[in-house]
Design a protein around this ligand. Structure first.
Ligand code: DGT
Ligand code: MG
Length: 602
C-alpha cells in the first residue's frame, strides 16, 4: 500500500468508505441530494429580490406593475417564504441523514475492528501496542466519522452552492461572471500548497496522540510498579513532555493555515470589490439592471465562502487521510495463523495425544532459534513435566500446541494430526491453558472460572475450584463466588490468582491441560492439595506441566529438562535421578542430601 501514489491512496480510502456504506448507500445518496437541493435553494431570495426590484421598484414598468400587477407581487413573496420553509426542512433532514449514517458507519467499523483485533495471532499483539490500538478504535475512527458527517457534506454543499450561483451569474451577465470566475484558480493553487504543508503534520499529530495514549495506558495498568519505585513524579513529567509535544504539534498545524489564510481572504474579499467597481460601470452602461446587481451582491458570499471553507475542508481531509490509513491497516489485516482451507473436522473431544517431531522454532522478530530439534510424545492421560532454567524455551514450547505460533521446522501433532491441519477453534477448545502471567477479568470469581463455558452450573464451578484448592479461600471472601475481582486481579494474592486461573483452565474439561508455572506462588501444602486434585479429575486429560519444584514434577510419567532450546534430559524421576545430571542437581538442591539419598535408592 505504501508504494502507491498519493492520489490512488485517497481514491482507495474513499472507496473503502463507500464499500462500508453498503446497505446505507441509497440513504446517504438521499442526503447528498438534499445537500445539493438546499444549496441551490439558497438562490431563492436573491433571485426573487432581483425580480421584485426590477418589476416593482426600478424597472421601466415599475409604476404600472405596482398599480396593476399586485398579484404577481404576492406570488413572488409567497414563493420566497414557501421555498425558504422547504429549504429549512431539507437542511434539517439532511443533517439528520448525515449524522445518522456516520454513526451507523462508526458502529459497524468499530465492530469489524474489534473482531479483527480479537482474531489476531500473538505476533500481531507483539507488534501493536495497546495504546495505539485504542487510538485507532477511538480517535482515528472519529476522524473518519467526521469525514462522512461533515467533510463530504461540506464539499458537496460548497460545490453545489458555488456552481449554481455561477450558473445564475452567467445567465444574468456572462462577462461579469467570467471576471469573478478568474479568481478561483488562484485560490486553488494556494489550497494545494497548503495541503502539501499540512498533510505530514496530521500524520505526525496522529502518531503523537497514539504515543500519548500508549504512555497513559501502560502507566495506568502498571501503576503498582510506578508506586513501588516511587516514580510518580518521573512519570508525570514524562507524560507532560508528551502532552506538550502533542499540544505544540497541534498548534503548529493550526498555524500553517494562518500562513495561507491572508491570501485566501484577500482573494475572497476581492470579489465584492470587483463586483462593486465593474458592476457599477455595467449599471451606468445599462448592461445590468439594478435588480440583477442586487442579486449579484446578495450572492457574492455564495462564491466567496466555499473558497474560504476550502482550508478547513483540506485540513479535515488530511486528518481523515492519516486516521483512515491506520484503521485500514487493521481492517485489512489477516491473522497469519488460521484454518487451512481443508481443515480436518475431528470429533469434538480429542483423545489428548501430543507429539513433537523434530520441532524448531524462532520468533519472527527474534534473531536466534528458541527451540531446536525437539521430539517427544505424550500419550492420552499421561503427565509430562517440563523443567529447565529461566529463558530456556518452556513457555515458547507449550505455546506451539494451541498454535499460538507456527513452528519453523518439524511438526506438532495432536491426536496424530499436524496442528496446522486442525480447526483452530476445535484445537483450542480442547486445550485448557493456565498461562504464566495470570490475567483475570474484572468480573465475579464465578464468571472468571466459567469463562470458557458460560453455561457451567454453580456446583461445577465449586467443584473445579476444589480441584485447584481455591474453594477454601473463595468461601472466606465476603461475597464468595460473587466477589468481583478488580482489574488485573487487584485484591487477590498471586497464589490465589494462580488457583483461579487453574480452575478456569479445568472448567472447560480440556483433553489437554497445560500449566505454565501455575503453582509457583502457592505454598507446599496447597501445592500438594492441587496435585491431589489434578490426579482425581473426573474426566480424562493429558497434562503438560511446567514447574520448577521437584515436588510438582516427580510423579509425572515423564520429565523433560530443557536447556537452551534443546532437550537435555528426559525420563521418570527415578531414571533422571540416577543419571546424575541437571535434574539430579535440582533434587539435591531442593530436597537436601538425605531425601536425595532415598530417592536415589528408589
Ligand atoms: P521462564 O518462564 O522464565 O522460566 O522462561 P521460559 O523457559 O518459559 O522461556 P521462554 O520460552 O519464555 O523464552 C525463551 C526465549 O525466547 C528467551 O530467550 C526469550 C525469548 N522470547 C520469549 N518470548 C518472546 C517473544 O515474544 N518474542 C521474541 N522475539 N523473543 C521471545
Ligand atoms: Mg515461561
Amino acid at each position: 500500500m505504501e508504494k502507491r501514489s498519493p492520489s490512488t491512496q485517497e481514491h482507495s480510502r474513499l472507496k473503502w468508505v463507500w464499500t462500508n456504506l453498503k446497505g446505507r448507500r441509497a440513504f446517504y445518496g438521499l442526503g447528498i441530494m438534499g445537500s445539493i437541493t438546499f444549496n441551490v435553494l439558497q438562490l431563492t431570495i436573491p433571485f426573487f429580490v432581483a425580480k421584485l426590484i426590477d418589476t416593482f421598484i426600478s424597472g421601466p414598468d415599475a409604476a404600472y406593475n405596482l398599480e396593476h400587477n399586485r398579484r404577481l407581487f404576492f406570488i413572488y413573496i409567497a414563493a420566497m417564504v414557501g421555498l425558504t420553509l422547504v429549504r429549512t426542512v431539507i437542511v434539517y433532514a439532511t443533517g439528520m441523514i448525515f449524522e445518522g449514517n456516520s454513526q451507523w458507519f462508526l458502529y459497524r467499523i468499530r465492530n469489524v475492528l474489534y473482531d479483527k483485533v480479537q482474531r489476531q495471532d500473538m505476533n500481531f499483539y507483539n507488534t501493536f501496542r495497546t495504546g495505539d490500538l485504542m487510538t485507532r478504535m477511538t480517535g482515528d475512527l472519529d476522524a473518519v466519522r467526521h469525514m462522512i458527517a461533515w467533510v463530504i457534506k461540506t464539499i458537496i454543499e460548497s460545490v453545489a452552492l458555488y456552481t449554481s450561483t455561477m450558473i445564475y451569474f452567467f445567465f444574468m451577465d456572462s462577462l461579469l461572471a467570467s471576471i469573478l470566475l478568474v479568481i478561483s484558480p488562484l485560490i486553488f493553487i494556494v489550497i494545494l500548497k497548503f495541503r502539501k504543508d499540512v498533510g505530514p503534520k496530521h500524520a505526525l499529530l496522529r502518531e503523537k496522540l497514539s504515543g500519548l495514549n500508549t504512555n497513559a495506558q501502560e502507566n495506568i495498568s502498571g501503576n503498582r510498579v510506578v508506586k513501588a519505585f516511587a516514580r510518580e513524579k518521573y512519570e508525570i513529567e514524562k507524560f507532560d513532555r508528551g502532552n506538550t509535544e502533542y499540544s505544540e504539534t497541534n498548534k503548529k498545524t493550526a498555524l500553517i493555515w494562518l500562513k495561507y489564510y491572508p491570501a485566501i481572504e484577500t482573494f475572497a474579499n476581492m470579489m465584492p470589490i470587483i463586483l462593486l467597481v465593474i458592476g457599477g460601470f455595467f449599471i451606468i452602461d445599462g448592461r445590468l439592471t439594478v435588480g440583477e446587481f442586487a442579486a449579484f451582491s446578495g450572492l457574492i458570499w455564495a462564491i466567496a465562502n466555499p473558497m474560504r471553507n476550502l482550508g478547513s475542508i483540506m485540513n479535515e481531509f488530511q486528518r481523515f487521510k492519516a486516521a483512515s490509513a491506520k484503521i485500514m491497516e487493521i481492517y485489512y489485516s489477516e491473522p497469519k495463523i488460521k484454518d487451512a482451507p481443508n481443515a480436518l473436522d475431528l470429533p469434538d473431544r480429542f483423545k489428548g495425544k501430543v507429539e513433537f517431531k523434530d520441532v524448531s522454532f524462532k520468533y519472527e522478530d527474534g534473531k536466534l532459534p528458541v527451540l531446536e530439534h525437539i521430539s517427544f510424545t505424550v500419550e492420552p492421560g499421561e503427565t509430562l513435566a517440563i523443567m529447565g532454567e529461566t529463558g530456556c524455551g518452556k513457555t515458547s514450547l507449550i505455546h506451539l500446541i494451541p498454535r499460538f505460533y507456527e513452528v519453523t521446522g518439524g511438526q506438532v501433532l495432536v491426536d496424530g494430526h499436524d496442528v496446522r491441519e486442525l480447526k483452530l477453534h476445535q484445537l483450542r477448545k480442547n486445550i485448557g491453558l493456565a498461562t504464566q502471567d495470570v490475567l483475570l477479568y474484572s468480573d465475579t470469581i464465578d464468571g472468571n472460572i466459567a469463562y470458557g463455558d458460560e453455561q457451567l452450573p454453580k456446583n461445577e464451578v465449586v467443584k473445579f475450584a476444589r480441584y485447584s484448592a481455591a474453594s477454601d479461600f473463595i468461601a472466606k471472601m465476603p461475597e464468595g463466588y460473587e466477589t468481583i475481582i478488580g482489574e488485573r486481579g487487584v485484591g487477590l494474592s498471586g497464589g490465589q490468582k494462580q488457583r483461579i486461573s487453574l480452575a478456569r483452565a479445568l472448567a472447560i474439561r480440556p483433553s489437554i491441560l497445560i500449566l505454565d508455572d501455575t503453582t509457583s506462588a502457592v505454598d507446599m501444602e496447597t501445592e500438594k492439595e492441587i496435585q491431589e486434585g489434578l490426579r482425581n479429575l473426573d474426566f480424562p486429560c493429558t497434562k503438560i506441566i511446567i514447574a520448577q519444584r521437584i515436588s510438582t514434577t516427580k510423579n509425572a510419567d515423564k520429565i523433560m529438562v530443557l536447556q537452551n532450546g534443546h532437550i537435555m534430559e528426559v525420563g521418570t524421576h527415578e531414571e533422571l535421578v540416577k543419571k546424575h545430571g541437571y535434574y539430579h542437581s535440582l533434587v539435591t538442591l531442593q530436597t537436601g542430601e538425605e531425601e536425595f539419598g532415598k530417592a536415589g535408592e528408589a
